[in-house]
Ligand binder design. Structure first.
Ligand SMILES: [Fe+2]
Ligand SMILES: [Fe+2]
Length: 247
C-alpha cells in the first residue's frame, strides 16, 4: 500500500472523492455526538458527571475541527457544512429522533454503543493510507478511550440494580440497532475500493464484528444479552457473534 502524505500527493479524483466521503461521515457524526451529549448533560446525575459530559462534548467539537480543517484543505465550505442539519448533526441514522435522550439510561446507552461504534471505525483510519486523516484520528482516539471507559463504568454501575437492568435490557435493541447502522452495509463496492487503496484494512462487516466483540465482556459483566438476529430490523453481517457468555 502506498501512503499519501499530503493533500498534494492525492493520486486521482476517485481517491479524493472517497477520502472526502469518509471525512464527511466522520465530521457529521462528531457534531452529532456533541449535540447528543448536550442532551445527556440534562440528565447527568451529579455535577461531576455534568462536567465530564460537557468536556466530552467539547472534545467532540474539537474532533470535528480537526477533520473540518482537512476537508476545507480539499475545497469544502465548512461553514455551510455546519449550518446544514442534514450534514452536521442528525447523522447517525438520518433521524434526529433516533438519538433523543430522555434520561440517564438513554444517555448511558448512547455513550456505551453509539459513541463507541462511531469511533470504532476510526481506529481503521489511523492505519489508513491518507496520512493527514490517520494523524488526526490518532489524536481523536486517545480522547475517545476516555468516553468509552465512562460508558462502561456507568452501565456496570446501573446494572447492579435489577429493575434498572431490566429497563436497560428492554431499551437495548433500539440503541444496538442504531449503533449497527453506523457501520454501513458490508461487502459494498465502496468497501472494496477503500481496501484496495489502503483507506481501510477490513470490510465494514469485520469492523462491526470487532465492535460487537468489544462490548461482549461488558454485557457479560452486566448480565445483559444481545437481541436475537431474527428480531432485528436490519440484516447483520454473518461474522457477527451475538452470544454472551454466562456470568
Ligand atoms: Fe469524537
Ligand atoms: Fe466520543
Amino acid at each position: 500500500m502506498t501512503t499519501v502524505a499530503t493533500k498534494d500527493a492525492i493520486p486521482d479524483e476517485a481517491y479524493k472523492k472517497m477520502v472526502l466521503t469518509l471525512m464527511d461521515k466522520q465530521a457529521g457524526r462528531e457534531v452529532a455526538t456533541a449535540e447528543v451529549f448536550g442532551q445527556c448533560v440534562l440528565y447527568a446525575p451529579t455535577v461531576d458527571d455534568k462536567i465530564r459530559i460537557t468536556r466530552f462534548q467539547a472534545e467532540e467539537l474539537k474532533h470535528f475541527q480537526l477533520i473540518s480543517r482537512l476537508m476545507s484543505d480539499l475545497g469544502m465550505d465548512m461553514d455551510a457544512y455546519v449550518k446544514n442539519r442534514q450534514r452536521a448533526g442528525a447523522r447517525f441514522t438520518g433521524e434526529e429522533a433516533d438519538t433523543q435522550i430522555q434520561d440517564w439510561i438513554d444517555a448511558t446507552l448512547f455513550n456505551f454503543m453509539i459513541d463507541r461504534a462511531a469511533t470504532f471505525q476510526l481506529s481503521e483510519y489511523t492505519r489508513g493510507s491518507y496520512l493527514p486523516l490517520a494523524k488526526a484520528n490518532e489524536v481523536i482516539l486517545k480522547e475517545e478511550e476516555g468516553h468509552k471507559s465512562f460508558g462502561e463504568l456507568c452501565l456496570e454501575e446501573m446494572c447492579k440494580d435489577p429493575a434498572t437492568r431490566a429497563e436497560i435490557q428492554r431499551r437495548f435493541p433500539k440503541w444496538f440497532v442504531a449503533s449497527m447502522r453506523i457501520f454501513g452495509r458490508a461487502g459494498t463496492k465502496g468497501n472494496e475500493y477503500c481496501i484496495e487503496v489502503g483507506l481501510k484494512s477490513r470490510d465494514s462487516g469485520d469492523i462491526a464484528a470487532a465492535y460487537v466483540d468489544s462490548i461482549r465482556p461488558v454485557m457479560a459483566a452486566c448480565g445483559l444479552a444481545f437481541p436475537k438476529r431474527e428480531e432485528l430490523p436490519l440484516e447483520l453481517p454473518p461474522q457477527i457473534d451475538l452470544g454472551v457468555p454466562a456470568r
